[in-house]
Design a protein around this ligand. Structure first.
Ligand SMILES: [Zn+2]
Length: 287
């Protein structure tokens, strides 16, 4: 699943191309990703709007749209890629590819500049809806409950420490909880625990202040490096131009291979229904 760095990569790619452009067409090929919103509603809400800004909150993309004459209430195109969703910028005259769900035609001030924003999703678990500000909380409760953004100065080891203090769950699944910290998923939780030398099964509330600081620093460093690398290399992730990510994880999906630090064989376990890969020698279970 695309995590913070992959979604941020998509956000930057979209923002570079279509900020300020207007929506002139909407085609829904697979309404499943509208999660109950009618294709007519999506069309009606989007047509004629200008893309003002593109934000990211956790793993959600929020395309902020210009107000309409009939309503000044802020409207956003709210997108979640889930497992296999992809947002691509393609030439206006191109034919949609396999797993096409939605096409949004956008045009720049210079009418010669136009493109198709295409949402593809092989599993159709993704989400794409046009929602007014007043609908966002009820339609997307995960957004309203979203925890702090890890790449802000406000999010520190002290903040993470307070969040973890009373938690009796293992640290790895705790980091995956979007209410704890926004945008971290299986890849970057494995990577951050490895970098901070913390065993994934440690009880979250048992981490010492030093460990929590190391962990918060590792989350920030790794997410920053992965954003700079345009996301993790994966057959399921491509940026808006179709290019793969260049970030190479150290432990994620490397179970059975040698640790790049100490050469011990990396261990893969199931933890709270997800895989976890770690080095028993670099990340000993201390308590
Ligand atoms: Zn090791």
């Amino acid at each position: 699943m695309p995590e913070l760095p992959e979604v941020e990569t998509v956000r930057r790619g979209l923002a570079r191309v279509v900020t300020g452009w207007s929506i002139t067409g909407v085609v829904v090929a697979n309404p499943k990703v509208l999660r109950g919103q009618l294709p007519e509603t999506l069309r009606e809400r989007l047509l004629g709007r200008r893309i003002q800004q593109i934000d990211r909150r956790g793993k959600y993309l929020l395309v902020r749209l210009s107000p309409a004459l009939c309503s000044f209430e802020p409207l956003s195109l709210c997108i979640h890629l889930k497992m296999r969703g992809q947002m691509m910028v393609e030439p206006e005259d191109s034919e949609p590819g396999k797993y096409h769900c939605v096409t949004i035609v956008v045009r720049g001030e210079d009418p010669a500049k136009a493109a198709c924003l295409r949402f593809y999703d092989a599993w159709t678990w993704g989400e794409l809806r046009a929602l007014y500000e007043s609908e966002l909380a009820s339609s997307v409760p995960a957004l309203a409950q979203m925890g702090p953004e890890p790449l802000t100065d406000d999010w520190t080891g002290a903040v993470l420490g307070q969040t973890l203090a009373k938690r009796r769950t293992a640290i790895k699944p705790t980091l995956l909880d979007q209410k704890v910290v926004a945008g971290v998923g299986n890849i970057y939780a494995d990577e951050a625990l490895y970098r901070s030398r913390i065993h994934p099964q440690r009880v979250a509330g048992s981490l010492t202040p030093d460990e929590v600081n190391r962990l918060a620093d590792a989350v920030k460093t790794i997410l920053t490096e992965a954003v700079e690398g345009g996301g993790t290399t994966s057959e399921n992730f491509f940026d808006v131009a179709g290019d793969a990510g260049r970030y190479e994880p150290q432990v994620y999906e490397r179970g059975g291979l040698p640790c790049r630090h100490c050469a011990a064989v990396l261990t893969r376990i199931r933890l709270a229904g997800r895989s976890a890969v770690f080095c028993e020698s670099c990340q000993p279970l201390t308590r």
